[in-house]
Design a protein around this ligand. Structure first.
Ligand SMILES: Cc1cc2nc3c(=O)[nH]c(=O)nc-3n(C[C@H](O)[C@H](O)[C@H](O)COP(=O)(O)O)c2cc1C
Length: 270
């Protein structure tokens, strides 16, 4: 399963046009089972997710980004520090598992919050940071290609821009990444809002510090992006049976606009 998730992470693309077909029983059952698990998020939030069947009179607006989706997955998480990152961590796991099932998905942070909030009965102490359509892919139209092109969705930043060796003044060479090479590559391929790829990682022996590039405010989309990076990193570590724990202990390595977010520390290998 973990290997399938890694290959899904490399092949996944945001999909915005769907066939007007309901999920088959088999797909509905396996998605429903998967979204109900405890996602063991880095900072302990417990997001809840719902598979929504779209009805003709639904007001599940996506500002025109998505065509003909028959289903969405929307979720909620109790407001707490790092809850948005944890939500991003969990929804990315769902998106990757859906990819292994051959289903299309697309992270959406811009959507009609009220319509979705009503459908999932959002409570006053919860937030609904993002949703995804889920279903059978239709051929992409010109609009999809335009959005894809405008976000530069095929591009990923180089290692030298994203990953650093102990301090920000030394780019991390892949050959010096040791056991962490696959995990860093997984982070490199992660999706992000407007494909901003705001994560910057420092490897310091068996500790990995996650920073935000600080180019824009650390808002909800950037928090989701960071949770997605945690998710990709953790999936690779799980594949190699390398255990670690997440914490917030600023190592004081900040440079320029970079702002510290969290740290993963190795605890043991199986
Ligand atoms: C947190 C987040 C929010 C996003 N919000 C939207 C959105 O509102 N509308 C949209 O069309 N795409 C959205 N995207 C998709 C990104 O544009 C896309 O992931 C990025 O360009 C990389 O392309 P890829 O997913 O095809 O690899 C979002 C992605 C993330 C991670």
């Amino acid at each position: 399963m973990v290997v399938a998730l890694l290959s899904a992470a490399m092949s996944r693309k945001s999909w915005r046009s769907y066939k007007k077909e309901r999920l088959l029983k088999h797909d509905r059952e396996r998605i429903t089972a998967y979204i109900q698990q405890d996602f063991q998020t880095p900072f302990g939030a417990k997001p809840r997710f719902t598979l929504i069947d779209c009805e003709p009179n639904d007001k599940l607006g996506t500002y025109g980004f998505i065509s003909d989706a028959q289903h969405f997955i929307a979720g909620a998480v109790k407001k707490a520090p790092m809850c948005i990152e944890d939500y991003g961590f969990a929804l990315e796991k769902i998106i990757l598992i859906a990819t292994t099932f051959g289903l299309g998905t697309c992270w959406l942070a811009a959507f009609d919050k009220q319509g979705f909030a009503e459908r999932i009965r959002l409570m006053s102490d919860e937030v609904l940071p993002a949703v995804t359509p889920i279903g059978y892919k239709a051929e992409q139209g010109r609009k999809d290609q335009l959005i894809h092109w405008a976000a530069g969705s095929d591009n990923r930043k180089m290692w030298s821009e994203l990953f650093f060796d102990t301090y920000f003044n030394t780019p991390l060479e892949p050959e010096n990444a040791g056991d962490y090479m696959s995990a860093f590559t997984m982070v490199q391929f992660a999706p992000s809002g407007s494909n901003a790829q705001p994560w910057r990682l420092i490897l310091d022996e068996d500790t990995v510090h996650f920073y935000h590039d600080g180019k824009k405010e650390y808002n909800q989309v950037r928090q989701l992006d960071m949770g997605i990076a945690f998710s990709h990193f953790q999936s690779a570590m799980d594949l190699f049976h390398i255990k670690g724990e997440w914490s917030i202990k600023d190592p004081d390595r900040t440079s320029g606009k970079m702002s510290y977010v969290a740290t993963w520390t190795r605890t043991e290998s199986d």
